[in-house]
Design a protein around this ligand. Structure first.
Ligand code: 5AD
Ligand code: SF4
Length: 446
């Protein structure tokens, strides 16, 4: 049988969907290729969040399709956000592409591969208002840590963001499906789950359009987010729970209490801020002000002193002045982020802000990006330095990529620790390690 490989761009949601599609191919009798170059079937899972992400995927598809000249039987397919956005147009840009499968229908990938092997192309796009196909299959021996998608789509409509257009209406997977999936994972050795959703704290808000398909059961159609976290924590074998991404409106007293009382809930929150200027936040339609955001951070830090908070920031949003930018700088200092991902604004077709002038020059975006990155480097180094001498509980992941003699693992706060492994250590084992040394992105222990 032909072998397959995935090349995945974008967020964890995409990583998860590639895995579910891979499991479907495995079930159909195909085998994972040892590497992409030798694979008979290569599937690119694409991201549309910035123009650059799409350019990369298109470039990759061009290179892959060029290999068909020497290997005419090779199957090259596209899935994910860019397939959804471009639809049929993608076959004009990449004429020898075998299939394009949009979002919300990862279950179509395996049939599209079968069709391609018989020489038939596929374009599959599902109605974005219809109930999605939630990725549920996991590769066997996937290790001790797994992603579980609990919320698909997004209803927020931030001015810059293409996600609602490519991933559709927000939909909470029924809690019983989520819990059954995690129970099976735990039975197969998974110790850590990361729950995924674009606006994950909205999980369990009823989605009237979907209620008709799934009438409320005695336990409810689904659970409010904090209840779901508790139900996951009650599953035997699960030792750590993470989730992403957060929104300040979801930082409720109830969630904070869970961080304090539920030892399995990791002390890390990814809380994208996007800007530190209330004027820009309002134009972005983010639904909070600078003060509201900083208040959420202060409440978290007061109640959970060792929590790590990470963020996303966009520089050069239309109309962002030097003063707005300085407010982002001071917010980042005040929030003391453990890590930050900084992006240069990229207008996306169909979004509200794409109708406004992209008036911050590329050079100015690059300057603002650099300043925030170097601020964050200094901040990250100081925060890590403060951990030297402390004892941290680390879940071992495996041999370090850079230095095979050492292992790497993560703290509850999601920091990477490099250490010398004791004999017989297995991935997923927990160790209490004294931190000896710190670099901006890494901690070292014996
Ligand atoms: N331009 C630049 N960055 C963007 N992001 C989302 N949309 C855009 C855009 N149009 C960033 C946000 C988001 C992260 C995943 O990508 O910071 O949190
Ligand atoms: Fe990219 Fe957003 Fe799609 Fe994730 S949901 S792959 S970040 S466009």
């Amino acid at each position: 049988m032909p072998t397959f490989a995935f090349h995945t761009y974008g967020c964890q949601m995409n990583v998860r969907e590639s895995e579910a599609a891979a499991k479907a191919l495995l079930d159909a009798g195909h085998t994972p290729a040892p590497d992409e170059a030798s694979a008979d079937i290569v599937i690119v899972n694409s991201c549309s969040v910035r123009g650059k992400a799409e350019d990369k995927a298109l470039g990759k598809l061009g290179l892959l399709c060029a290999t068909k000249r020497e290997r005419p039987d090779r199957v090259i397919g596209l899935m994910g956000c860019m397939a959804q956005r471009l639809g049929n147009e993608v076959f004009r840009r990449v004429p020898t592409l075998d299939f394009a499968i949009g979002t919300r229908c990862a279950d179509r990938v395996a049939p599209a591969v079968e069709a391609a092997l018989q020489g038939r192309p596929t374009l599959a796009l599902r109605d974005l208002h219809a109930q999605p196909d939630a990725p549920s299959g996991h590769m066997p021996n996937g290790g001790f840590s797994a992603y579980v998608t609990i919320l698909l789509g997004c209803n927020r409509r931030c001015a810059y963001c293409i996600v609602p257009d490519v991933r559709g209406d927000e939909w909470s997977r029924p809690a019983r499906d989520v819990l059954a999936e995690i129970r099976t994972l735990a039975e197969n050795g998974v110790r850590e789950v990361t729950l995924l959703g674009q606006s994950i704290m909205n999980y369990g808000l009823r989605t009237p359009a979907f209620d008709a398909d799934d009438p409320p059961s005695p336990g409810g159609y689904t659970l409010p987010f904090p209840r779901l976290l508790e139900a996951v924590a009650a599953i035997p074998g699960i030792e750590r729970i993470r989730f992403t991404s957060g929104h300040p409106s979801g930082v409720t007293d109830e969630l904070i209490r869970l961080y304090q009382e539920e030892p399995k809930l990791c002390h890390h929150l990814h809380l994208p801020v996007q800007s530190g200027s209330s004027r820009v936040l309002s134009r972005m339609r983010r639904g909070y002000t600078r003060e509201h955001y900083l208040d959420a951070v202060a409440r978290l830090r007061a109640a959970v002193p060792d929590i790590a908070i990470t963020t996303d920031v966009i520089v050069g949003f239309p109309g962002e002045t030097e003063e707005d930018f300085q407010e982002t700088r001071t917010l980042m200092e005040a929030a003391h982020f453990d890590n930050a991902f900084i992006f240069k604004y990229s207008p996306r077709p169909g979004t509200l802000s794409a109708t406004w002038e992209d008036d911050v020059s590329e050079a100015e975006k690059a300057r603002r990006n650099q300043i925030l990155l170097s601020d964050q480097d200094v901040r990250g180094a100081l925060l890590n330095q403060a951990l030297v001498g402390t004892v941290q509980r680390v879940l071992a992941e495996g041999p370090s990529l850079r230095n095979k003699a050492k292992w790497s693992g993560r703290t509850s706060s999601n920091k990477i620790v490099i250490f010398t492994a004791p004999d017989g250590l297995r991935p997923g084992d927990a160790l209490d390690l004294t931190i000896l040394r710190a670099a901006p992105q890494t901690l070292y222990a014996e």
